[in-house]
Design a protein around this ligand. Structure first.
Ligand code: ADP
Ligand code: ZN
Ligand code: ZN
Length: 736
């Protein structure tokens, strides 16, 4: 390589361009820094960590203003060529500055300059040190003497070991080192030769599972996108395990992405039971240090399986052999906050294509987008029709809330069904997507309703905690006993999981209940405790939110009650029905996973709603068919492409003003892009700020992106942009 004139460096900043730097001064003329290497650079008065993207002969910056790289941080690139290409692609597709995209792909410790390779700090006694000890030195410093003696005796020691065994050794070491009696070395830890043992699976695959495994295996050396559509309990995880097995046998590695809530100890346990080899597990509850360690295991190749949530799609996996996305429809794969809003599911497909490996998207309820890709021949569908155990699919029926007596949210037919299933030794799952005791606190005398000061929302009653909480901004205050307006007593109205638990306890005395929601699960281990109580049969009824719909296998659950299906039926968001159908099918899938058939009761005030009817009569496929036809007619995705500009400001006017100005700039937009809005968000005020949205829609992707390319730099310059926080969301999955 010839010496570069300048290095072009990406920095974690909201600017789309790269920054030019001279190579570090002492480098020999024939030395070049590879793209993907981190460098420390001066920026104003700060020192920042950036990533070298490329080198160039010359710069547009005048030579006298160019500064030199301060430090080269990596011996080898943190991003190899294919990782850089993927991230460049993502920066372009999501119209986001490359520096911030790279930052999102790195653990924080690495953004701050931590080393890519773990190294060991080792202390040894020098020859002078040995002599000194022999003649009885150091005389008046017992700590130093102890340390020196220890190092002589044991032929040196690791810093980590010393920290554990000898308090205050660092100070002693400093003094001894200053006299030349001891010295330290740093050696990189090489741990790439981890053993691999694959334990024989206990089960024989069923025909459908075998077909799925073989189809994907035919494509192991090249790209192929597969959808594993199998009802809950049909043995998808077993298919993943077999595929990973094949890939590991070839000496390659696997990347497995799971939803936030799906990364349960149960799932990790199943992988560990099958593969006796290091795994890197990446999820949002890790500390920065834990994340660094897991990343290093992935980067060095030490881990042969990398298992993680959304951002693990960026994890380094040398010799990648397959990507698996479990519960691919799950909303947590979409980053919809902050600046860089990406879909990990979609990026997984892009990554697989670039790496020439298969990608498998698994779900009991594939996203409509995914089914559309199947219909268009871009993805291949593999179906698991049958449940692994003998269990038949659950019987679903609707309970009309208008014609049946309702007792604190539970209809008479539901109560009777619970009674029957308990009597027959089954377990019961009651699903309500609302935590807390009650969603409203009302004064029956004057009509006052406890509002959130900072949101267009009511405060939720948390009775056992004695608090009123806002589920949107986190506001938290004591639960008042009386109306602050008129002094009359106040009363909780409506149901949350906490209240349903109370009602069920009163209705079924002596039956042990468990609850699963974010209020119960606060620390690590809480969730496992609830799951254990259900699995062991100690608890007979489980009440919970969305959390109960995923990942757990309770073979004894024979009845699922969905308390309220109606939230999703009449939303302004065109995706709401899809989410509702997915939730119902997922939660219904918890019933009758063992050998006994299950029953599902769905309470609704709209028993003749076409969505519910098609779901009941034809299952998820039937629903998907109807829903896709509706989308086509309204030309919503996947029959069009969307992007949303969202903003928030201190006033509702400012939020709308920026988007209105932005829209005016689009007047000369190509005919193929439609602008809708701006409109205030359905909940306009949230956490004290006002939110609004401008939607962009186009029949094809390229005209939308062409438009964005020319429009975004111009709206950035708008004076009204300075009064708001805004972000672009390409392929948004939640609309106001
Ligand atoms: P999913 O991931 O689709 O929910 P799992 O892979 O968890 O399904 O399988 C559900 C249950 O069925 C598990 O207990 C699993 O051990 C069992 N199972 C999976 N495949 C088979 C098979 N071929 N024969 C017998 N049991 C199986
Ligand atoms: Zn009142
Ligand atoms: Zn609030």
């Amino acid at each position: 390589m010839t010496a570069p004139g300048v290095l072009r460096v990406a920095l974690d900043m909201p600017l789309g361009r790269l920054f030019d730097y001279l190579p570090p001064a002492p480098l020999a003329a024939d030395f070049a820094i590879e793209p993907g290497v981190r460098v420390g650079v001066p920026f104003g008065r700060q020192r920042l960590v950036g990533v070298v993207m490329e080198s160039a002969r010359c710069s547009e910056v005048p030579a006298e203003r160019l500064k030199a790289v301060l430090q080269v941080l990596d011996p080898i690139p943190v991003f190899d060529r294919s990782a850089l290409e993927l991230l460049r692609w993502a920066a372009e597709y999501y119209h986001h500055p490359i520096g911030q995209v790279l930052a999102a792909a790195l653990p924080k410790a690495l953004r701050l300059g931590a080393e890519v390779r773990a190294s060991e700090e080792r202390w040894i006694a020098t020859a002078q040190g040995r002599e000194a000890l022999a003649r009885g030195d150091p005389r008046r410093a017992p700590k130093q003497r102890e340390l020196l003696a220890h190092l002589v005796e044991h032929d040196g020691a690791l810093a980590d070991t010393l920290s554990e065994t000898m308090a205050g050794w660092r100070d002693a070491a400093r003094s001894l080192a200053a006299r030349g009696w001891i010295a330290s070395t740093e050696t990189p830890v090489t741990n790439t030769t981890a053993p691999l043992e694959i334990r024989a699976p206990a089960l024989e695959l069923r025909e459908e599972q075998t077909v799925a495994v073989e189809r994907v295996c035919e494509s192991l050396q090249r790209f192929g996108a597969f959808v594993l559509h199998g009802v809950t309990g049909s043995g998808k995880t077993e298919v993943y395990l077999r595929l990973v097995e094949r890939v590991l046998e070839q000496g390659r590695r696997a990347l497995v992405l799971v939803p936030e809530i799906g990364l349960t100890p149960q799932l990790v346990g199943r992988f560990r039971d099958r593969f006796d080899t290091p795994m890197a597990v990446l999820h949002s509850a890790l500390t920065d240090h834990e994340r660094l360690l897991a990343w290093r295991d992935a980067f060095s190749g030490h881990a042969r399986v990398v298992l993680g949530t959304r951002s693990a799609v960026f994890a380094p996996v040398p010799e990648l052999g397959i990507i698996i996305v479990d519960e691919e429809h799950d909303a947590s794969f979409k980053q919809h906050e902050g600046g860089f809003r990406y879909s990990a599911r979609d990026l997984a497909v892009v990554r697989a294509r670039r790496a020439n490996v298969p990608v498998l998207l698994g779900s009991a309820t594939p996203a409509l987008e995914t089914l559309h890709n199947v219909a268009g021949g871009r993805y291949e569908r593999l179906t698991l029709q049958h449940r692994a155990a003998q269990a038949a699919p659950p019987r679903m029926s609707l309970v009309d809330l208008r014609t049946n007596a309702v007792h604190s949210g539970l209809s008479t037919p539901a109560i009777q069904a619970i009674e029957r299933h308990l009597r027959e030794d089954g377990q019961v799952l009651v699903f309500l997507n609302r935590r807390g005791y009650a969603p409203t606190l009302l004064c029956t005398a004057c009509g006052w309703i406890a509002p959130c000061r900072d949101c267009d929302a009511r405060l939720t009653v948390h009775r056992s905690a004695g608090r009123l909480r806002c589920h949107h901004c986190g506001a938290d205050s004591p639960l008042p006993a009386r109306c602050p307006q008129c002094g009359f007593t106040v009363k909780p109205v409506g149901q949350g999981t906490e209240r349903i638990e109370e009602t069920l306890t009163a209705l079924f005395p002596g039956v042990t209940l468990a609850r699963l929601d974010r209020d119960v699960v606060r620390r690590r281990g809480d969730m496992e405790e609830v799951v254990r109580r259900m699995s062991s049969g100690q608890a007979r009824i489980l009440v919970g939110t969305q959390m109960v719909t995923k990942g757990h296998d309770f073979p004894n659950v024979t009845l699922v009650v969905v308390l309220n299906a109606d939230q999703g039926l009449f939303s302004s968001d065109f995706r709401a029905p899809e989410r509702l159908a997915q939730t119902i099918v997922q939660v219904a899938g918890r019933a009758g996973r063992g050998s006994r058939p299950g029953e599902v009761l769905i309470q609704t005030e709209f028993p003749s709603h076409p969505l519910l009817l098609s779901l009941l009569a034809e299952g998820y496929d039937g629903f998907a068919h109807t829903a896709l036809a509706e989308r086509a007619q309204a030309s919503w995705p996947p029959f069009s492409r969307l992007a949303a500009v969202r903003d928030s400001a201190k006033t509702a006017e400012a939020a709308l003003e920026f988007l209105t100005d932005a829209r005016k700039l689009a007047r000369d937009a190509s005919r193929s892009v439609r602008l809708l809005g701006p409109v205030p968000a359905a909940m306009a005020k949230r956490a004290g700020r006002y939110h609004a949205q401008l939607l962009l829609e186009s029949a094809d992707r390229s005209s939308l992106h062409q438009f964005l390319d020319s429009w975004l730099p111009r709206i950035e310059e708008l004076p009204s942009a300075r009064r708001v926080r805004w972000a672009l969301d390409v392929d948004p999955i939640e609309l106001f």
